[in-house]
Design a protein around this ligand. Structure first.
Ligand code: NDP
Length: 264
């Protein structure tokens, strides 16, 4: 039996063990997926080999450590500097980023989207902004603090702080990429900015899943099509599973079983 896990701190809340174990069961794959609270990200590589792990997902705060722990990196993971999926192939660790393609798939279900506004500039915004840009979307980034915006400016993205924000042309999609609303009741930006951007948006997404954040509540009350982060979570999990089983199963076969985790 092959062993899989999620490394993070905290990991108690993670849905990944349920998602992957349901899929192993449904596909009769001889694997089991557990969770591992890792305090020191530097220990990641040793744990992989000590515990004889076949594959893992990596969550906050270890995605940069995961990047460093790999022997080989997928082109996209290399480009964005963050790894959330590792597979052990004959003693070598191969790293991938499935968060960003998961997000891209989740938003591609909305039609006629070109201009996208990200509220937030953290690690998740970093990888997803790159994949959206490569896919032809125009991404602008609004963040509370100016420091995190520097790397986006260098990469050619339009950036704003709360103080410098202006809207010349409407944004089609507005995304909460912050952790605002995850463990508190805060909005990701001042209400006046939401009142400016939401009325002309075609759709809104919150990457937080499993709860109605103040952002999601506001966008729903504005009558906009909305999504929380569940589809992103599901899709990044399916893509990770494809790597875990070396593409022995199709996206749709995996989805059929993994999506059951969202109704349990
Ligand atoms: P980071 O810690 O890297 O970045 C956090 C960002 O949120 C920063 O831009 C920070 O701004 C901003 N922020 C935090 N609190 C507030 C607040 N109260 N008001 C305004 N801005 C705030 O986090 P990640 O990028 O790793 O994660 C972001 C979110 O994405 C999390 O909620 C996480 O749960 C979710 N996520 C969901 C996934 C899914 O599959 N659905 C996958 C991965 C992540 P500043 O720079 O000013 O501090």
């Amino acid at each position: 039996m092959q062993l899989f896990t999620i490394f993070g701190n905290p990991v108690a809340h993670s849905k990944s063990p349920l998602m992957h174990n349901l899929t192993f069961q449904g596909l009769n794959y001889d694997g089991v997926y557990t969770r591992y609270r890792l305090e020191d990200g530097n220990e990641l590589r040793n744990k992989f080999f000590d515990l004889d792990i076949k594959g893992a997902n990596i969550t906050v705060p270890h995605k940069e450590y995961a990047f460093e722990a790999c022997d080989e990196l997928d082109v996209f993971a290399q480009k964005v500097g963050a790894v959330n999926t590792i597979v052990n192939k004959e003693g070598k660790l191969y790293g991938y980023n499935t968060d960003a393609p998961g997000f891209l798939k989740a938003i591609s279900e909305f039609e006629n989207i070109k201009r996208v506004l990200f509220l937030g500039a953290g690690g998740t915004a970093q990888s997803t902004s790159v994949i959206l840009h490569d896919a032809g979307y125009e991404v602008s980034i609004l963040n509370r603090s100016a420091g995190r915006l520097e790397r986006y400016e260098k990469e050619g993205f339009e950036t704003f702080t709360f103080e410098s924000f202006t809207m010349d042309e409407p944004f089609d999609l507005v995304v909460n990429m912050t952790s605002a609303g995850l463990e508190d009741d805060s909005l990701p930006c001042p209400l006046e900015i939401l009142e400016t951007v939401i009325p002309s948006a075609k759709a809104c997404v919150d990457v937080i899943y499993g709860k109605e954040t103040p952002f999601l509540k506001f966008t729903k009350e504005s009558g906009k099509p909305t999504k929380d982060g569940s589809d992103m979570l599901l899709y990044q999990g399916i893509i990770a599973f494809e790597y875990f089983c070396d593409h022995a199963f199709s996206f749709e076969e995996i989805k059929e079983h993994m999506q059951k985790a969202f109704i349990l």
